[in-house]
Design a protein around this ligand. Sequence first.
Ligand SMILES: [Zn+2]
Length: 321
Amino acid sequence: MNRLLSLFASAALALGGATFLASHTAVAADSAPTTTIKPLKVLLVTGGCCHDYSRQKEILKQGISARTPAEFTIVHEGDNKTDHKHSIYANKDWWKGYDVVIHDECSASVKDIDFIENVLAAHKAGVPAVVLHCGMHNYRSEGFPNKTPWFEFTGLKTTGHGPQQPISLTIVDKESPITQGQPEWTTINEELYNNVAGGVEATAKPLIKGKQTITDKKTNEKKDVETIVAWTNDYKGTKVFATTVGHNNDTVADARYLNLVTRGLLWSVGKLDDKHFKASDQNVDVKAIKVEPKPDAKKASASAVRPGIEILKDVPCCGNE
Ligand SMILES: [Zn+2]
């Protein structure tokens, strides 16, 4: 009898467990509809001068994937160089199969107009884009710093930045779907990119401005500098979201930044809604990201950074003051 009872109890427990699992799964499915959504195919192109792209690519992948279903393809090349031409862009129709491209590459010294036009061909063909931080300083072809094909694409002319100081962010377009529910915050030490034309291009709409208080090294006087740091652009009918914020890993890993970038990305593909976007207050844990040390990293930076810095002496960017 005892044995029978015990068997019965085990069966009941197993059944109860199964029932719990079934109902739990049902609840999870109801409250997380994003799991049934087809993931966005995201192409992240990264690498080049002056940033920790080995970690930042992981931060972006983890942070964006935690907020919307996304499948990342990452092209990471050219670290410590300002003149690297990412190999994928040499291909015809390099954008085929992707829903959106994140330009996080930093190649200020690439001026080859045929190469640049092949990068832009994707967006002329209607592929939406997100442009981050040094992505704005890419491709300084003839006409720089006034009119270049890259500035026409990004929607804002910028040539450099001041010292690393906190940036206080203020939303200027409270009606934009991208800024809905977004907080205004002050970053850690960051680079405030200049706006050489005083703001965005006619095709662009400012979303967020950033203010730094900087001290003049000679006179010790403090002054406020304010520029547009996030905006959208209509590039020949293609949606582009851009932000100049994001030099340091801890800024990129900040939940508020990742919410903003994910909202911008979803807006660019026409999917910024509750079904696709789940806000998160979780920062990405930068220390948990393991990066393989490159044995020739020192040699590469000694031989490659110097010419780049030299080229950028008159128009500082990418980590230089
Ligand atoms: Zn930077």
